[in-house]
Write a protein that binds this ligand. Structure first.
Ligand code: BES
Ligand code: ZN
Length: 634
């Protein structure tokens, strides 16, 4: 049977089935939902989730590490919110769909008609499927593309173990590049999965069921009993070993990383306990970390039960653990209570940065909290100066933009200071109690900024009349920039004031490099020192600083990054040499994007940067390629 005849037969069958059940014939396949783009409640998904929703999905996939594809099928279990509605629209991008079948209640397969809608670039293509009456299960057989944006595949030569590696990054809207589904944070579902990979590798997922040792079969089974949004779907395959850090926490990494990682992250169990004491029960069973290759485009990703972490925070002294606190905090803010669309991202990230600070304060005290807060405040102020008014708002209209654009400092740091400010106005005890109620009330739901606003009014603003007003709240939510009242909580750090003083005296020639008491400085003081340096440093000054502090050999990637940025400005040869190896190894966008952008500012820098980029590109994640190319103007 050729494809046309098969499709015609399928359509006929569906029509017959509909006729037998006495329902309306299915909505015509030609009337697509494309018009919804930009007008629906989540403008970044084609899914008509107010009509029919995924309740559960079962994945069955084989990973081919050399062809760089996942192949298999997904069974979707549906909630027919509007039972007569006879169309299912899924999000998809670069997927090769092989077959779509409805599964009847008696288990019989029924081929159904489907088609792709128009290509919408980064949003992909709607996959429009006829949904016969009475059907609640669909099976889709498919294969991913080697270019799938949400997956990175590395060969043995590109990893530290010498074996291939693959990992997913689904947030914000890349799950659709490896599973056909309703790719919107508004829809939550449970899932189970069976995944087969090469026997010498181990498969892990952001789910229950991760094994502690590689098995002999290459087949791994997982289950996610709590409903999650699609952006939290996560899979990884590699030469992984496990190290325990406590009864319900541990680290997965390639063998060369495991010892350093387990040492660096040994506070993990304690962090989970701190989180529970603050915000109520940890509801996800285990909490493990997966240390990824340095090409991972982010610092961390809060995949439930198994957060993904860049190895660039392994500094040897635990100084960059705020990032782990951050991903863990998402187990409440984000994973438990989720933003309904990317316009509400601050509900995820702002809350999380606030919690991250609380966890760090519990672990290391007020002084560390203040230093981190000051870094966050200063960074935010610089950003606000540099961006358009429409991006200075917490709640933003992103309907005509790539959801990638949501991830700027504003939802993170301005969101965090908004939460800090509420706490400041009502007091910590009142606020903590409110938060526990809030997480309980909205647990496993996806909410909008307006849902939060209404809950806040009823449960905090009204009962604490006189402490804060809704007009003030709305200023934070809907007015561009930091409101005046933000200055009530402007962070201060004596340790930073001292650094400012030394920096000024050194830069004005009053004291020598040798006089700086920098050996006693915290990593955060160092970051503050370097980011506050006035003007351009020349190569000679940089050399003197390296002689004294050996910054070019820094193990701490945050400090090293600032030093490499300065090296570009100063055309400082030892720094440029280190920059080359850095760019060839690290694909974390927070570092690579600004470095390429700084290179692009001069003619020599751009030529040199392009040459390095071409060599680094095969090892970069699709997101890092995209951002680097933009930064270099390619
Ligand atoms: N959810 C984000 C990761 C992310 C960012 C995914 C942008 C998709 C787009 C994660 O929780 C996060 O915020 N990571 C930060 C670290 C944090 C300490 C600010 C990062 O990766 O830098
Ligand atoms: Zn986050």
């Amino acid at each position: 049977m050729n494809a046309t005849i098969r499709a015609a037969a399928a359509l006929l069958l569906t029509l017959l089935l509909a006729a037998c059940s006495g329902d309306e014939p299915p909505a015509p396949l030609t009337a697509g939902p494309e018009h919804r783009v930009g007008t629906g409640s989540d403008p970044h998904s084609f899914a008509e989730y107010e009509k029919v929703r995924i309740r559960h999905l079962s994945l069955d996939l084989d990973a081919d590490m050399s062809a760089r594809i996942l192949t298999g099928h997904v069974v979707l279990e549906l909630d027919r919110v509007e039972p007569g509605f006879q169309r299912l629209v899924l999000d998809s991008r670069d997927l090769n769909i092989r077959d779509v079948n409805a599964i009847r209640p008696d288990g019989e397969y029924l081929p159904v008609s489907w088609r792709f809608g128009a290509d919408h670039g980064h949003l992909g293509r709607p996959l429009v499927i006829v949904l016969p009456a009475g059907i609640e299960q669909l099976r889709i057989d498919y294969t991913t593309s080697p270019e799938a944006f949400g997956l990175q595949w590395l060969d043995g030569e590109q990893t530290s173990s010498g074996r291939p590696f693959m990992f997913s990054q689904s947030q914000p809207h890349y799950a659709r590049t490896w599973v056909p589904l309703q790719d919107t944070p508004a829809v939550r579902y449970t899932f189970d999965a069976t995944v087969r990979g090469p026997r010498e590798l181990m498969v892990v997922m952001g789910a229950a069921g991760n094994e502690f040792e590689r098995n002999d079969t290459g087949e791994y089974r997982f289950e996610m009993p709590e409903p999650i949004p699609s952006y939290l779907m996560a899979i990884a395959i590699g030469d992984l070993v496990f190290a325990e850090t406590g009864p319900r926490t541990g680290i997965y990494a390639e063998p060369p990383w495991i010892e350093a990682a387990a040492g660096e992250f040994d506070v993990l169990e304690e962090m989970v306990e701190i989180g529970e004491n603050l915000y109520g029960e940890y509801r996800w069973g285990r909490y493990d970390l997966l240390v990824l290759p340095p090409s991972f485009p982010f610092g961390g990703m809060e995949n439930p039960r198994l957060s993904y972490i860049t190895p660039t925070i392994i500094a040897g002294d635990g100084s960059l653990l705020a990032l782990v606190a951050h991903e863990l905090a998402h187990s409440w803010s984000g994973n438990l209570v989720t933003n309904a669309a990317w316009r509400d991202l601050w509900l995820n990230e702002g809350f999380t940065v606030h919690f991250e600070a609380r966890i760090m304060e519990e672990l290391y005290g007020q002084e560390v909290r203040d230093q981190l807060a000051k870094l966050s405040w200063d960074g935010l102020m610089d950003t606000l100066d540099a961006i358009d008014a429409r991006d200075r708002q917490l709640v933003r209209d992103l309907s005509d933009r790539d959801p990638e654009q949501a991830f700027m400092r504003v939802p993170y740091d301005m969101g965090r200071f908004f939460i800090d400010w509420i706490e400041h106005r009502v007091g910590r005890d009142v606020f903590d109690e409110f938060l526990r109620g809030y997480f309980d009330h909205f647990a496993f739901q996806s909410i909008t900024s307006e849902d939060f606003r209404a809950y806040l009014e009823q449960h905090l603003v009204v009962p604490n009349r006189g402490r804060l007003t809704m007009a003030e709240v709305d200023q934070w939510l809907y007015e561009p920039g930091m409101p005046e009242i933000a200055f009530e909580i402007r962070p201060e750090s004596d340790a930073f004031v001292a650094v400012d003083d030394w920096r000024e005296r050194w830069q004005s020639g009053e004291v020598d490099l040798d006089d700086l008491p920098a050996d006693a400085w915290s990593v955060y003081q160092w970051l503050h020192f370097l980011s506050g340096l006035e003007g351009r440093l020349d190569a000679e000054t940089m050399e003197a600083m390296d002689e004294r502090f050996d910054l070019v050999a820094q193990q701490n990637h945050e400090i090293l990054f600032l030093w490499l940025l300065r090296s570009i400005e100063a055309e400082y040869a030892p720094g440029i040499e280190r920059l080359e190896t850095f760019l060839l190894e690290v694909g974390r966008n927070k570092f690579t994007r600004p470095l390429y952008a700084a290179l692009a500012e001069s003619a020599w820098g751009r030529d040199w940067g392009i040459e390095v980029y071409e060599r680094a590109r095969p090892g970069y994640h699709p997101l890092t390629r995209q951002a680097s190319e933009r930064a270099l103007g390619l």
